[in-house]
Design a protein around this ligand. Structure first.
Ligand SMILES: *[C@@H]1O[C@H](CO)[C@@H](O)[C@H](O)[C@H]1NC(C)=O
Ligand SMILES: *[C@@H]1O[C@H](CO)[C@@H](O)[C@H](O)[C@H]1NC(C)=O
Ligand SMILES: *[C@@H]1O[C@H](CO)[C@@H](O)[C@H](O)[C@H]1NC(C)=O
Ligand SMILES: *[C@@H]1O[C@H](CO)[C@@H](O)[C@H](O)[C@H]1NC(C)=O
Length: 182
């Protein structure tokens, strides 16, 4: 059955973020590189993704759902109970993404994929739940790391990134894009 984002408010309150807020790192479609950030030794860490936080870490790659008319939580047969939408899981990540963005301060960073047609995808979680939740003046700058590779098709001048730059600057946050190769 349906689970709303707000249904996770209590859970969020129980497990607040505690990473340095100025080292908040967002990412979209760069799974391959984000692992390096997560794998870093605790004392050498300089980037924290949502998957590094307690809730994100515990629930990463997990599936769960609730059955209509029941308070029980299930981790199997979810398709049957939850249709194809997987709302329990989706709502969790949406809720925790909003909180993660609201927690950010100083220089926020986002790692985007320069091999894709639209590195900034308006349908991504980053676009829908995070970029609009950065709080100025708490957050002063958004640094885009555009990850290239052999098939790098985009530069920082890509149109989807212009859209991101506009959104960011409209929030009063400065914007900086740097292309990097692996
Ligand atoms: C970027 O996207 C391509 C195509 O989906 C994928 O093969 C590649 O691993 C992605 N890059 C990173 C850093 O995850
Ligand atoms: C943000 O980055 C700039 C350099 O780009 C640095 O001078 C500044 O100290 C950083 N601010 C914070 C709050 O980390
Ligand atoms: C965003 O998602 C909607 C609905 O799934 C789809 O119709 C639309 O083409 C998508 N837009 C982009 C830019 O991918
Ligand atoms: C970004 O904003 C500028 C100035 O407001 C505008 O001229 C431009 O069309 C916008 N670009 C995009 C891609 O939205």
């Amino acid at each position: 059955s349906k689970v709303a984002m707000e249904d996770y408010d209590d859970l969020m309150a129980m497990a607040p973020f505690d990473h340095p807020c100025h080292q908040t790192m967002f990412w979209s479609k760069t799974n391959e590189l984000v692992r390096y950030c997560i794998a870093k030794d605790e004392d050498k860490k300089d980037c924290f993704t949502l998957e590094d936080t307690l809730l994100g870490y515990i629930l990463n790659d997990k599936t769960w759902c609730v059955k209509k008319g029941s308070i029980e939580m299930f981790t199997t047969f979810c398709q049957e109970y939850d249709s194809n939408e997987n709302t329990a899981v989706r709502s969790f990540w949406n809720r925790v993404s909003v909180a993660f963005a609201e927690y950010a301060c100083g220089n926020a960073t986002v790692m985007l994929n320069g091999s894709l047609k639209n590195p900034f995808d308006t349908n991504s979680t980053f676009a829908k739940f995070e970029i609009n939740r950065l709080e100025h003046p708490k957050v002063t700058k958004l640094k885009v790391i555009l990850v290239g590779g052999d098939k790098n098709v985009q530069t920082c001048k890509d149109e989807s990134l212009q859209v991101l730059e506009n959104i960011t600057r409209n929030e009063g946050i400065s914007y900086h894009c740097v292309p990097v190769t692996r």
